[in-house]
Write a protein that binds this ligand. Structure first.
Ligand code: NAP
Length: 335
């Protein structure tokens, strides 16, 4: 059986995911496209999905018999409405991060899915599918003993003018928030943000770099450096220190060159290159579960926890204080 997929939002990531469904992943086909920018949907149709129908309205796409599952790849502010509509239609839905732009919005999705009774939502936290993070998780389970500390860094070479201080949390740290919680099998209880001397490459509305300090329920202390004008490359680092040893996320594979009395390893510059295979695997996982009428991988609850944690981190940016992170009881659906 071929899974018929409707894609809402045909910008950068919507186009890329359409390419994956059409050219990389077996067993699924894009049969419908929708974008407020109809020209963008038409261009994706012409380039990648010539038989797909174009819908002016995302909700009409979700309701259509042409579609058995949905990818929500539009602007973040629209995600909640489309995910709730997909749950109402009992159709599996892959939602790019963020699940919703507010914790209350993400909570409404959790409540709707819990009421539905089976999982339908997968959130686009693709790092959980990265081979390096998976090896790191295995090393934590089998080698390091119980984790005590995590030292992590998320560095981008540069960001556009419109990237401002809270976006270091909502757009950048959000990936560490999810993947570290998954790695440690733990929940956060507090957050603090401290600011080193500002990089001269950061514009006036951006405090860069930042160091986010998280504490977990099991007492693990985490420091994440977010530095989005580091200049030298796109660099993701993660080191877990445990009771018996230490494990470190491997760098992406690259050819080491020795020349002119120097040994060099290239560093990536584009985040899309760093996680390209993870996106393929996360969507294959979505397709496999959607064919069975359900969803797996990062859940609506994970999206909600990320939203609550992000809000606490942004508050901590503003107050300079240690901000508590409190969660309600997790619905049994997510056990
Ligand atoms: P983008 O290039 O701006 O594309 C978003 C598209 O959605 C645009 O064509 C936009 O049209 C359209 N749109 C806006 N409102 C809509 C609506 N109500 N219904 C249908 N389409 C609508 O953005 P992007 O970079 O692809 O990002 C899209 C989402 O994916 C964001 O939430 C982003 O955070 C997420 N993302 C996740 C990752 C990841 O690593 N997991 C990476 C990249 C992006 P207009 O341009 O006319 O507004």
């Amino acid at each position: 059986m071929t899974l018929c997929i409707g894609v809402i939002g045909t910008g950068m990531i919507g186009r890329d995911h359409t390419r994956r469904i059409q050219n990389v992943i077996a067993g699924a086909e894009v049969t419908a496209l929708s974008d407020v920018n109809r020209d963008s949907a038409r261009a994706v149709q012409a380039d990648l999905a010539p038989t797909a129908e174009i819908f002016d309205d995302g909700r009409a796409l979700i309701a259509s018999d042409l579609v058995g599952a949905i990818l929500v790849c539009s602007w973040g502010g629209t995600h909640e409405e489309y995910v709730l509509a997909a749950i109402e239609a009992s159709k599996p839905v892959f939602c790019e991060k963020p699940l919703a732009t507010t914790a209350e919005g993400a909570r409404r999705i959790v409540e709707a899915e819990a009421k539905h009774g089976t999982r339908l939502v997968q959130v686009g936290f693709m790092r959980r599918y990265d081979a390096g993070y998976r090896m790191l998780k295995r090393a934590i389970e089998e080698e390091t003993g119980a984790p005590l500390m995590v030292h992590a860094a998320h560095r981008n070479p540069a960001v556009p003018e419109q990237y401002v201080t809270p976006m270091a949390i909502h757009d950048t740290l959000i990936h560490e928030i999810d993947v570290l919680r998954w790695l440690l099998d733990d929940d956060y209880v507090s957050a603090q943000v401290v600011f080193p001397r500002r990089s001269p490459h950061a514009h006036a509305a951006l405090a860069d770099p930042q160091i986010v300090l998280l504490e977990t329920a099991k007492g693990v202390r985490i420091d994440v450096e977010v530095f989005v004008n580091c200049r030298y490359g796109y660099d993701i680092q993660c080191e877990v220190v445990g009771e018996e040893g230490l494990a470190r996320l491997p760098d992406p594979m690259s050819v080491a060159v020795r020349r002119n009395a120097q040994a060099r390893n290239p560093v990536l510059t584009d985040w899309k290159d760093r996680f390209v295979e993870s996106y393929d695997i996360e969507l294959a996982d979505f397709v496999a579960a959607a064919k069975c009428g359900t969803a797996s991988g990062p859940s609506a609850w994970d999206g909600y926890v990320a939203a609550v944690t992000s809000d606490a981190c942004v508050k901590a940016q503003e107050t300079g204080a240690v901000e508590p992170i409190e969660l309600p009881t997790r619905p049994a659906l997510y056990d």
